[in-house]
Design a binder for this molecule. Sequence first.
Ligand code: CA
Length: 455
Amino acid sequence: MECQIGLLPVVLSALAALAGCLNLFQSDCYTANGADYRGAQNQTSPQGGKPCLFWNETFQHPYNTLKYPNGEGGLGEHNYCRNPDGDVSPWCYIAEHEDGVYWKYCEVPTCRMPGNLGCYRDHGDPPPLTGSSETSNKLTIQSCISFCRSRRYKMAGMESGYACFCGNDPEYWKYGEAVSTECNSVCFGDHTQPCGGDGRVILFNTLIGACGGNYSLDGAVIYSPDFPDTYGPGRVCYWTIQVPGASGIRFNFTLFDIKDSVDMVELLDGYTNQVLARFDSRNRPLRPFNISSDFVILYFFSDRTNQAQGFAVIYQAFKELHPPETAGPYSSSPNQTLIEVITERTNLSGSAARSSKILYVITTSPSQPPRNMPGWTVYALTALLILTVIAILAKILLHVSLKWNGVTGSRTIGDCHRSSAGDIWTIFYKPSTSISIFKKKLKNQHDDRNPLVGE
Ligand SMILES: [Ca+2]
């Protein structure tokens, strides 16, 4: 399953990686940490890994089918690798030996989200990516990707949880690829995401999580804005998918997490801008479907509240009269495209009423301010703006004076970590510097961050 993308020129490799090296539809994971992995690997590595224990026999540990009897997190009467606690990668319990290790991360080669180019060795001189770089105590995969994307780099790499590298280097692979479990350092800004390791850089295509784009490849994966972080508030994004010569395009939402009914995803006919399908928290895309057009616009909208993970959608253009058949119940009528089925199921009159509003948003500037603003609102906003500027200036002055006083002190990373959350600080990154701020979680203690508990 390993992709030989390193042998291709960089642009091609980046595109091929996003298309998943032709394994687009076989990838088992579309989240960055494999929380959606439901495959059947039952040892910690495909070659010579330790066998996993059955989840219905691990009652001495917090994660077992007695505590989670309804398949939460993919647990069940099996011993497959899973990630029920929002860790950075799938893992499983193993038989405990005298060394005290009773769980391990699983190296699952099929569980690499499209756009993740892999985990690579970094000896530091030169680094695998030689463009811009930064360090941050709030690093997430997307904060690094956004940093690199804004500088027009095609690849972003994270290392040791807090370092971010950008580049277009075609030979990023030349020090060798490492197994995915060597890139399992948590991102300092989000402990559920993997951000490389000690002397290991995890690389991503910077198209991931972009707000919009133009696609003309036969197939690709498109992620919601800011992915794998939750999508931001007030996002208005659209992507064009135009594949000349195609008779239709098949869509498959492999991930869909939208929590309120205002946020939504729509598919529009690229030529007429007619809304063909709308999905939100109440109307989820349950199965793959086809659209009989070679030009489709994907549209996403979020309001100010209730952000969520978002979506990952695979599209694949087809040219033959009958599309590649993997369809489920939607294909009950062979001459009816799936989008027609969906349109039938949707309340068309209601859709049409809301469509015009949406098309207005698309065809006009999304950031257009509201009109007919009362005069007092302008004065209030101006006053607020002035106060904000004063506050920011005061904070900068305070910060500068603090930094001036304390810059000669031997401020360690540990100190930095304990400093207040709003504090701005920088680590000077050195490859192969061993840092272990975060303790490994204790699986024999109750973990309050447990996403399955949901409290
Ligand atoms: Ca919302």
